[in-house]
Design a protein around this ligand. Structure first.
Ligand SMILES: [Ca+2]
Ligand SMILES: [Ca+2]
Length: 427
């Protein structure tokens, strides 16, 4: 998301889109009024008839009033709590109508450009929200700080204050610091895998085209998916797992799990198969979804999606792991990776990989082959124009910055500019 596109920052693009949206809404309202006057109201007619097969999906608002939300978390436990991460450094905990400030590191982040700030949080796998909070539980945050900027991965203890879990931000322990040559492409997702290791997505450092070739440099932490153990090691504030794929390779940083990424904006583990899906934001031509295994080289900056980069180069495509799906500029400009759907509510969509585009506000579901985890057909467009109070004409519901998955496997999505959280529900 929030990517530099063809020399324009997305904030500019977003402004243009907002203006165009207003125009379209006014044009639409005018058209509706005209149609009502002649007694023909297509605006009131359902856009698609109920059919057999997969349930029609709509987005139901479940929480709003956030400032640039970009992650939603549902830790296990009896409280069914939802945590909403804001780019400005604050994280709110919601249980029913109750909303508490769980974490506030707005004092130490730098969020002065569109891709900086608090970019994600991860609870340690043993954390439970509800019942008696075990002593010594922690969360992990990824944020940008300082000028020139750098990425920080830090551990923060959780304690109970007035009966609710609260992050003790004064006791932050910094685990990893990565210098950022430019302000964009900071990746930023932290996620514990089924193996209890912490996966960290890093962007290529920024600018455009990866000018320092970080993504293909095995000795750089930029442009990678990293895998660490948060247990302090002898020489570092963390440990490198002994089964990391490049641990014995002399030119590689041992933290590297996969390389060749440009700006991995969201990845997830399928909760059923354990497979890892990584979305990577494209440069000029293609957005991509990758099924990633340890040691994969995902191609950037020799390739952009399925194409050589630059376009006229000889990129030796066979030496890289190809994405399982791509889309071009006709469909979007900045992919937001989501989840393989493992819930029950969306009949017919079980096993599809849901993802969206930050710029065009579209959502798709990619059918997957159960045996291989690869695409089993073309991505299916989900009609996001059903969102209330949004643009009903262009099919753009919002700026989708992240998907979330609750403990039942139901899916949610954040609208970055509207400050809302939606749940995907059957129509
Ligand atoms: Ca950067
Ligand atoms: Ca790639």
């Amino acid at each position: 998301m929030i990517d530099r596109v063809n020399g324009m920052t997305v904030s500019v693009v977003a402004n243009v889109i907002a203006i165009n949206r207003l125009r379209r809404i006014r044009a639409f309202q005018f058209a509706c009024m005209a149609m009502l006057m002649v007694g023909w109201c297509v605006c009131c007619t359902p856009t698609a008839a109920q059919q057999s097969g997969p349930a029609e999906i709509r987005l139901r608002p479940v929480a709003e009033g956030f400032q640039k939300p970009l992650q939603i978390l549902f830790p296990p436990g009896t409280h069914a709590a939802m945590y909403v991460v804001q780019q400005d450094g604050r994280i709110y905990r919601l249980v029913g109508q109750q909303r508490n400030l769980f974490l506030d590191i707005s004092d130490r982040i730098n969020a002065s450009s569109g891709e900086e700030g608090l970019l994600s949080m991860a609870f340690e796998p043993e954390f439970r929200d509800g019942g008696t909070l075990p002593v010594g539980k922690k969360c992990y945050v990824n944020y940008t700080a300082g000028r020139p900027g750098h990425t920080v991965v830090a551990e923060i203890p959780i304690e109970m204050q007035s009966g609710v879990p609260t992050a003790l931000t004064s006791a932050e322990r910094r685990i990893l610091r990565i210098q950022q040559p430019y302000r964009n492409h900071n990746g930023g997702l932290l996620l514990f895998g089924p193996d209890r290791k912490l996966y960290i997505g890093t962007g290529d450092g920024g600018s455009a085209g990866d000018p320092a070739d970080n993504a293909q440099n095995p000795g750089a932490l930029l442009g990678k998916l990293l895998r660490i153990d948060v247990t302090p090691g002898r020489s570092r504030p963390y440990s490198i797992p002994v089964d990391n794929p490049f641990l014995t390779r002399s030119q590689f940083r041992g933290e590297v799990y996969a390389l060749g990424l440009r700006n991995p904006w969201r990845f997830s583990f399928d909760k059923r198969s354990g497979r890892l899906y990584v979305a990577d934001v494209g440069q000029n031509r293609q957005e991509e979804i990758n099924l990633v295994q340890a040691g994969d080289n995902l191609g950037w900056n020799a390739m952009e999606g399925e194409l050589c980069y630059p376009p006229d180069s000889d990129c030796r495509a066979d030496s890289f792991t190809a994405p399982i799906d791509v889309y071009g500029r006709d469909a979007g400009m900045s992919i937001t990776g989501g989840y393989v759907y493992r819930g029950r509510e969306l009949t017919g969509w079980f096993g599809h990989y849901f993802f969206g585009d930050y710029v065009t506000g579209r959502i798709w579901a990619l059918p997957l082959d159960d045996a291989t985890g690869r695409a089993a057909g073309a991505a299916i467009s989900i009609p996001t124009e059903t969102v209330p109070d949004h643009d009903l004409v262009a099919g753009k519901a919002g700026t989708f910055s992240s998907f979330g998955e609750d403990q039942s496997g139901e899916l949610y999505v954040t609208d970055h500019s509207a400050g809302r959280v939606y749940r995907l529900v059957s129509r």
